[in-house]
Design a protein around this ligand. Structure first.
Ligand SMILES: *Cc1c(COP(=O)(O)O)cnc(C)c1O
Length: 373
C-alpha cells in the first residue's frame, strides 16, 4: 500500500541525527523548557525573519494564545473561512466573541476578500465590533495578505495567519511568519514541518504581545513561574519535540523544494483531465496537500483504492454545516463555494519522499479512471 504521507521514509533519512538529539535530551533531563526549545525558537525566528517566535503545545493553542493576547471577547466578531480544519474556528466561541464564517475562492480555496468585506459590514450593522480575521493558508498556500492587510487596516482589525499547513511557503518572496500581525503554525506530525507528537508556535513582530503570549502559555507567569500576574494556560513545546524539530529543520528547505517538483509533476500530468490546484505567480506553496476537484469523486476515490492508492477528502463538510457550529454566524451572501468544494475536492498522496515510480503509478491510476479507461 502506498502511504498518503510517508513519515517512515523521512525517519530513515534522519534516523541518526534524531536518535542522537533525543538521547541528548534524555541525558540532560530538562524535559520542559530545556535549551533545545530556546534554540528552536531562535532558529525559527531566523528562518521566518519574524522578530519573535513563541513555541507552544499545538497549533490550536497557538491560535487561542493570540486571542488571549488581543483580549478577544463578547461583542467582537472574528472572521474565519468556512472551508478549513475546525481548529481555525473552534478557539473563538469559548471567548464569548462571535464567529462569522466567510466564503473562499474556488480556484485557490483561500478566503474571499469580497465575502470578507460583506461579512464585516454585516457584523457592524448588527452591533458587533469587527476585531480579527483568521486567514487560513489552506493546503499550504498563503492567502492574499496584501489585500487582507488593506481590509484589516481600513477597518482597524487584526490579521492572523493560520499557517498550520503552510509553514515554509512564501508570498512575494517572504516566508510565512511575517505576513500578518500574528502567524500561528502547527508541528502535528503530518504538517509540512512536523514533530513526533503535538507542537505549535506563534510568530509576531510585536514585542509586548510576544511577551504576553509567553506569559499566557506558562500559567500567566510574571517574573517567575510562581508569580501569576494573569490567568493563563499550560501550553509548552516539549524539549524532546524541539530537539526533533531542530534536526528536521536542517533538511526542511530541501523538502519544500522537492514538494514543488512533486506537485508540478502532478499538475502537468493531470491538468488536461481534471481541475488541478492553482498557484498564483507571487506564491510558493508548502504543499501540505495536493488537492484536485472532480465531479465524480466517489468513483475516482474507489478506483484509486482498488489500485492501492490512498486519497483523502479535505474537507467533507464546511464548518457552518458541522453540528457544533450551527449557531455561529454566516456571511449574508452565503457560503456556496465552500459547500461546492466540500463535494468535489480530493487530495492525492503528497510528500517529499514520493519517488517517480510511485507517482507514475498514482498518475496512471487517476488518468485511467478520468479518461474512462
Ligand atoms: C492542523 C491545523 C490546526 C491545528 O493544529 P494542531 O497542532 O493539530 O492543534 C489549525 N489550523 C489548521 C488549518 C490546521 O490544518
Amino acid at each position: 500500500m502506498i502511504p498518503f504521507i510517508d513519515l517512515h521514509a523521512q525517519r530513515q533519512e534522519l534516523k541518526c541525527g534524531i536518535d542522537n538529539a533525543i538521547a541528548k535530551v534524555l541525558d540532560h533531563g530538562h524535559f520542559i523548557s530545556g535549551p533545545e526549545v530556546e534554540e528552536l525558537e531562535e532558529k525559527l525566528s531566523a528562518f521566518t525573519k519574524a522578530k519573535h517566535c513563541i513555541t507552544c503545545g499545538n497549533g490550536t493553542d497557538a491560535l487561542q494564545l493570540v486571542l488571549m493576547a488581543e483580549d478577544v471577547g463578547p461583542g467582537d466578531a472574528i472572521f474565519v473561512p468556512a472551508f478549513t480544519f475546525v481548529a481555525s474556528g473552534e478557539v473563538v466561541p469559548p471567548t464569548g466573541a462571535r464567529l462569522v464564517f466567510v466564503d473562499v475562492q474556488s480556484d485557490t480555496f483561500l478566503i474571499d476578500p469580497a465575502s470578507l468585506e460583506v461579512a464585516i459590514d454585516d457584523a457592524r450593522q448588527t452591533g458587533l465590533c469587527p476585531r480579527m480575521v483568521i486567514a487560513v493558508d489552506i493546503f499550504g498556500m498563503p492567502a492574499d495578505y496584501d489585500i487582507l492587510g488593506k481590509i484589516c487596516r481600513k477597518n482597524d482589525m487584526i490579521l492572523v495567519a493560520d499557517a498550520a499547513q503552510s509553514f515554509g511557503s512564501t508570498y512575494h518572496k517572504r516566508v510565512a511568519g511575517t505576513l500578518a500581525d500574528y502567524t500561528t503554525t502547527s508541528f502535528f506530525p503530518a504538517k509540512p514541518l512536523g514533530c513526533y507528537g503535538d507542537g505549535g508556535a506563534v510568530f509576531t513582530d510585536h514585542e509586548d504581545k510576544a511577551e504576553l503570549i509567553k506569559s499566557f502559555s506558562v500559567h500567566g507567569k510574571g517574573k517567575f513561574k510562581y508569580d501569576n500576574v494573569r490567568v493563563g494556560i499550560n501550553s509548552r513545546l516539549d524539549t524532546i519535540q524541539a530537539a526533533i524539530l531542530l534536526e528536521k529543520l536542517k533538511i526542511f528547505p530541501q523538502e519544500i523544494e522537492v514538494r514543488q517538483a512533486v506537485s508540478s509533476r502532478y499538475s502537468t500530468s493531470l491538468a488536461d483531465l481534471v481541475e488541478v490546484p492553482v498557484v498564483p505567480d507571487d506564491r510558493i506553496s508548502a504543499w501540505a496537500q495536493y488537492t484536485i476537484k472532480t465531479d465524480d469523486r466517489e468513483g475516482l476515490q474507489a478506483s484509486c483504492k482498488k489500485a492501492g492508492i490512498p486519497t483523502v477528502v479535505y474537507y467533507p463538510r464546511p464548518l457552518h454545516r458541522q453540528t457544533g457550529y450551527f449557531q455561529e454566524r454566516t456571511v449574508r451572501t452565503g457560503l456556496a463555494v465552500s459547500e461546492m468544494l466540500c463535494e468535489k475536492v480530493l487530495s492525492l498522496p503528497m510528500h517529499p519522499y514520493l519517488d517517480d515510480t510511485t507517482q507514475s503509478e498514482i498518475i496512471k491510476s487517476v488518468r485511467d479512471f478520468l479518461s474512462g479507461r
